[in-house]
Design a protein around this ligand. Structure first.
Ligand code: ADP
Ligand code: NI
Length: 203
């Protein structure tokens, strides 16, 4: 699967990443990366950011994540050098990757460029809405974490919605990202309301 109007180097990097992440089981599979690639390219176009930098960083954004230590690691710099990225571009891409992590940078991660804002917003958008809900429970299952416990809600997947997912919309960095977040945020609220009402019926 490719995106329209991408540089040849980007297409090849996408093929490399697809093979590595294809069946990753914690919600960071290739299709997460594909959605972040596509959404961040779209945001970059709307915001007037450098699309090639954004695409490369989006494709590589989960490559250095320490929680994905089951994923084969590759040398990002080498991969970018082979595909004719300059040292200046590589430095920028590595900076974006270091800024994108949700966990490390908590709720309101700092960004130092518009390109970084595009990738970060696209990654955050994939954690909310219907896809975000699916990913949260996939991640919970992967970590042997239960769905919900009314007696001990901490360390459950539903608690993660209150701790992180509901805060995303107010910390997005681009106007384009914020516009997409509205409906997805509403959907999280609808889901939680329905979840709670079903739970109460059963207790
Ligand atoms: P990153 O986007 O930097 O990989 P995370 O690992 O925090 O950030 O999030 C990746 C996905 O895993 C998101 O969809 C997020 O909601 C989900 N996730 C992370 N931590 C938890 C958790 N404790 N419970 C449920 N889902 C989680
Ligand atoms: Ni991601």
């Amino acid at each position: 699967m490719q995106l329209k109007d991408s540089e040849p180097g980007i297409q090849i990097i996408a093929d490399v990443i697809r093979k590595i992440f294809f069946r990753e089981p914690s919600g960071h599979d290739w299709w997460h990366i594909f959605r972040v690639w596509k959404m961040s390219k779209h945001i970059a176009r709307e915001e007037g950011a450098d699309e090639t930098i954004v695409e490369a960083a989006a494709l590589l954004h989960d490559m250095q994540d320490e929680k994905l230590d089951h994923v084969k690691k590759i040398d990002i710099e080498e991969l970018l050098l082979i595909h004719k990225f300059s040292s200046h571009q590589i430095e920028h891409i590595l900076k974006i990757i270091s800024e994108v992590s949700f966990r490390k940078n908590q709720h309101n991660p700092h960004v130092t460029s518009i390109e970084s804002a595009c990738v970060q917003d696209a990654d955050r958008l994939d954690a909310i809405g219907a896809i975000g809900i699916a990913r949260a429970f996939a991640y919970g299952g992967f970590k042997n974490q239960i769905i919900f416990d009314p007696e001990k809600p901490e360390s459950t997947s539903v608690q993660h919605f209150y701790d992180k997912l509901l805060l995303i919309k107010d910390h997005l960095k681009t106007a384009t990202g914020r516009a997409y977040a509205e409906k997805r945020h509403e959907f999280l609220l609808t889901f939680l309301q329905q979840f709670r009402s079903e739970w109460n019926l059963q207790s």
